[in-house]
Design a protein around this ligand. Structure first.
Ligand code: APR
Length: 244
């Protein structure tokens, strides 16, 4: 019996169109905390306190303090071998797409280009009054930051719980899922929808769906196979098996 790793490599050898959905586990080896589980960002904290529009209206400084901590962590971090492997794969396939739930920008920093950031990015913020945007990871000393154009309050360019995804981002990710022959689900607990549903869109459209995650998830039973390893180890192994 071939291992799931071997089945994934064979599927990739046949495929021309490959898509990937990533989550917080993808950046764990870059030192960025995941959300769920021991040591996760949501441990001992309710998402409603910092990751909803209601929380921002009630206490923008508290929400900004949380995101300022995340911005500083992201600034200090670097892409890991998993991010680099995905960027390398993009150059090798006629169609290769990454949809990430991560807001850390590490896929872009690693060189992924056909990329959609479904939940936004901590590098960007926009004015709630005039929608002017700013983009950087420089420390913000005065919270909340104010718009240099109109003086309005800026908010992180993050999709919070209860907010819709951008229609263009969603359509882009959904089309990539529908058209893929192989779909990789990397480092996500597959608990937050609609993003988690992209793997089901791919499976329904006939893709072979492989999970790369040390742990099982609620969607594991419907996938073609699983590589139970950290992505920073598994993805470079995939690149080496295909092109090494
Ligand atoms: N490699 C691969 N997977 C890993 C690694 C690793 N090195 N380390 C942990 N994981 C897995 C965990 O087993 C878990 O299944 O990553 C997953 C992380 O799950 P979550 O913390 O729930 O993160 P994610 O799925 O991205 O969360 C989705 O929820 O809070 C919101 O908006 C936030 O985008 C986020 C969304």
């Amino acid at each position: 019996m071939p291992s799931d790793f071997d089945r994934l490599v064979s599927a990739l050898r046949r495929a021309k169109r490959v898509s990937v959905l990533t989550g917080a586990g993808m950046s764990a080896e870059s030192g960025i905390a995941t959300f769920r589980g021991a040591g996760g960002l949501w441990e001992g904290r309710r998402v409603e306190e910092v990751a909803t529009p209601e929380a921002f209206s009630a206490d923008p400084v508290k929400v900004w303090r949380f995101y300022e901590g995340r911005r500083r962590a992201v600034k200090a971090a670097a892409p890991n071998p998993g991010h680099e492997a995905l960027a390398a794969l993009e150059a090798r396939f006629p169609a290769f797409h990454v949809a990430t739930q991560n807001v850390d920008g590490l896929h872009r920093r690693a060189g992924s280009r056909n990329l959609v950031e479904l939940h936004g990015c901590v590098e960007r913020r926009y004015c709630v009054v005039c929608r002017r945007t700013e983009e950087d990871l420089e420390p913000l000393d005065d919270l909340p930051p104010l718009c240099k154009g109109c003086g309005g309050m800026m908010r992180p360019d993050i999709v919070w719980f209860g907010e819709p995804l951008s229609v263009e981002a969603w359509e882009d990710a959904r089309q990539a899922a529908r058209e893929s022959e192989v779909y990789l689900v990397v480092g996500t607990s597959s608990q937050v929808y609609p993003a988690a549903g992209l793997a089901l869109v791919a499976a329904d459209a006939g893709a072979e769906v492989f999970e790369i995650n040390p742990e099982e998830t609620p969607l594991s039973p419907v996938f073609t196979g699983a590589i139970r390893e950290p992505s920073g180890k598994a993805l470079p192994r995939v690149v080496a098996a295909l092109f090494g």
